[in-house]
Design a protein around this ligand. Structure first.
Ligand SMILES: [Ca+2]
Length: 298
């Protein structure tokens, strides 16, 4: 069956336990009263960029106070290297094989249309969310709104004086400001993608939830990737990355767009996965899972 690309897109981040812990923590911060001026400049910018004033106002009506703790946590230095090694435990490889077997029909259709091997999709889902078990409960819009308002010096000052003296010394104010300004620009693009999803696909962006860095669904796509690569895999004319079939087709679409099907050498395949998450360790573990999961029959 030909699947309809509702074009809506992807990517990840994953330390699952950390995600969950932080999601609970940050949701707690969501109940504070929000002064009207907090997001005023951000809302005005969205309207200037062409989004409906009514839609923007409605979306921000229940947005909680900025998650300064979240922003601060991303500016801590000296954080440890993530450990992905448990993902290649025999029980995890067995789970990946079982996942492919349980969704054999969907993978057959995906393979016929996109040509992406199931084991690489299964490996990504395993590392990202353990096959949809940990997609995150942090409201997505407030995450991007919190980073987007870091274009204000007053907001950066607040983060600066909330991180430790050691972190301030490691960063230096110039590099710290540059990093947060880059994050602000990134978050604004993602915020625009959310409103694009609402405008073109009717998604209710105010109700979207995901990781504490704004990644959504089984494959942990960012909104910009959802816009570009989201695919309706189950034929209900919606793209929902918390639906397994939609997640499989969307991830296949993403990988094909980044050249997976033309990649012949190991290095070429690794380069495709690197686009998904800019971490060499991540790439190595995803490839290792796929290697060990290969050999199934569709
Ligand atoms: Ca669907």
């Amino acid at each position: 069956m030909l699947k309809r690309i509702l074009v809506v897109g992807g990517k990840s981040c994953a330390v699952l336990v950390l995600s969950l812990t932080m999601a609970v923590f940050f949701c707690g911060a969501c109940r504070a009263t929000v002064p009207a001026e907090t997001y005023r400049a951000l809302q005005s910018r969205l309207v200037r960029d062409g989004y409906s004033p009514r839609v923007v106002a409605l979306a921000f009506r229940s947005v909680p106070a900025p998650m300064f703790h979240l922003v601060c946590s991303t500016m801590r230095t000296g954080r440890g290297t993530p450990n992905y090694s448990h993902f290649v435990a025999p029980s995890e490889i067995a789970a990946a094989r079982r996942f492919i077997a349980d969704h054999r029909n969907c993978f057959r259709e995906e393979k016929a249309e996109y040509g992406v091997n199931p084991e690489i999709i299964a490996a990504l889902f395993l590392v990202e969310t353990h096959f949809g078990s940990f997609t995150g409960k942090t409201p997505t819009l407030p995450v991007f709104a919190s980073f987007a308002i870091m274009d204000s010096k007053a907001n950066r000052d607040r983060v600066w004086w909330s991180i430790s003296p050691q972190d301030r010394a490691t960063w230096g104010r110039g590099a710290f400001d540059k990093k947060l300004l880059d994050r602000s620009a990134w978050a604004y693009r993602e915020l625009c993608a959310l409103f694009e999803l609402q405008r073109t696909r009717g998604m209710r962006v105010a109700s979207l939830k995901g990781s504490y860095m704004g990644a959504i669904g089984w494959p942990q796509f960012l909104p910009t990737s959802l816009v570009k690569y989201g695919v309706d895999g189950n034929g209900d004319r919606r793209v929902d990355l918390n639906n397994c079939e939609d997640a499989i087709f969307s991830t296949a679409n993403y990988l094909r767009a980044y050249g997976w099907c033309e990649a012949r050498t190991r290095a070429q395949k690794e380069a495709v996965i690197y686009n998904y998450n800019h971490s060499t360790l991540y790439v190595q573990i995803v490839m290792a899972i796929a290697d060990r999961t290969a050999g199934h029959r569709l």
